[in-house]
Design a protein around this ligand. Structure first.
Ligand SMILES: [Zn+2]
Length: 350
């Protein structure tokens, strides 16, 4: 100890460097006196907190990169990228989606093979025994065990355990829902029983047609990709609830479907590219509008058809119906809706 004291007391010649250090120390002491030690400690704490936050943000970005899924067709999409037309709320949704309860088996719709849509699209020759359905008195189709009759323009509507088919084509709209436990079989992604939503769960036949469409678009220098496809009843329930909170029931109903009423639960449809109004004016959007019917797809909510479909124009939402029907719906460039074609309503039960 005494040795140290001795050294400290020794006359010392300061070097330039040491003088600067002493000056800095003095300056620092004066600074602390001026602003107060507590404030300095608080400032330090804030600094560490900011560092921690930055670290968390960087970590989060890396984590979300890890969630990206690469499909064999070469498209890269985000798994949670399934919202209808407002991407701003993607983050909210990712947080609110709750896991579905254990799925129960599909309702027995044997005899109705939705994977063979094209071959099923054959209006029945003999409709003489069938009566016209009065949709005003239909009640909730979800409660109907079995019904077969004619629509207002003579197509055959069959409701089997709450699920509607017009000339064999599965119909999902505001009038006709899917049962909550309806999970499409035979999709590109396979078993969906534990999948809430998926960009790549699309009916196999529809997916084959999509790949051909994508290939042909690519040959013309266009880039189309699926942004959002299958959505379970429960995922739709969360999506709709979020929009309803934001825009009210009437507002949300113009662009989002109530659970069970979304076509995304069928595995027969998907949203393309930006999932936004801007898509219609892109070269891709224009090409899709003019060509998708050749691959069996229809623009499900055509422009100016709100009163029939119950939804505003969605240039990005395609539904697979097979080429024969798609050509009729395309109508030489003047799209008509499934509702007009089959003579069906699309209104929520009162
Ligand atoms: Zn859609």
């Amino acid at each position: 100890m005494s040795g140290n004291v001795h050294i400290n007391r020794r006359r010392h010649k300061y070097s330039e460097r040491e003088l600067m250090r002493l000056a800095r120390r003095k300056k620092k002491a004066a600074f602390i006196r001026r602003i107060g030690r507590d404030r300095l400690i608080n400032a330090r704490r804030a600094f560490y907190l900011i560092c921690l936050l930055l670290l968390l943000i960087v970590g989060g970005v890396f984590f979300s990169q890890g969630l990206k899924k690469k499909s064999p067709s070469g498209d890269i999409v985000k798994y949670e990228h399934y919202v209808s037309n407002d991407m701003k709320h993607k983050a909210d949704l990712a947080l609110t989606v709750t896991p579905s309860p254990t799925p129960t088996p599909l309702p027995d719709v044997s005899g109705i093979d939705i994977t063979l849509i094209e071959s099923r699209y054959e209006p029945e020759a003999d409709v003489s025994g069938l009566e016209r359905i009065n949709f005003d008195k239909l009640g909730n189709p979800a409660d109907i065990e079995y019904l077969k009759g004619l629509t207002k323009n003579g197509h055959v509507l069959e409701i089997i355990k709450g699920t509607a088919f017009a000339d064999g084509v599965l119909i999902v709209n505001k009038t006709f829902p899917l049962p909550a436990d309806y999970i499409p079989a035979g999709t590109y992604l396979g078993d969906l029983s534990d999948v809430e939503y998926s960009a790549y769960a699309v009916n196999n036949e529809a997916y084959e047609a999509y790949l051909k469409m994508k290939e042909d678009a690519e040959a013309e220098g266009l880039d189309i990709h699926i942004a959002s496809a299958y959505r379970s009843y429960h995922a739709q329930s969360d999506t709709y609830a979020m929009y309803e909170r934001r825009d009210g029931t009437a507002g949300a109903d113009t662009y989002s479907s109530r659970p069970g009423h979304s076509e995304h639960q069928t595995g027969l449809c998907f949203d393309l590219n930006s999932v936004s109004d801007e898509f219609a004016d892109t070269p891709e959007g224009k090409w899709i509008d003019e060509n998708c019917w050749k691959y069996g797809y229809c623009v499900r909510f055509p422009k100016g058809k709100d009163e029939y479909t119950g939804y505003k124009y969605e240039s990005w939402h395609l539904r697979y119906v097979g080429t024969e029907l798609a050509k009729k719906l395309y109508n030489n460039g003047d799209w008509i809706s499934l509702e007009e074609f089959f003579g069906l309503p699309s209104e929520y039960p009162q």
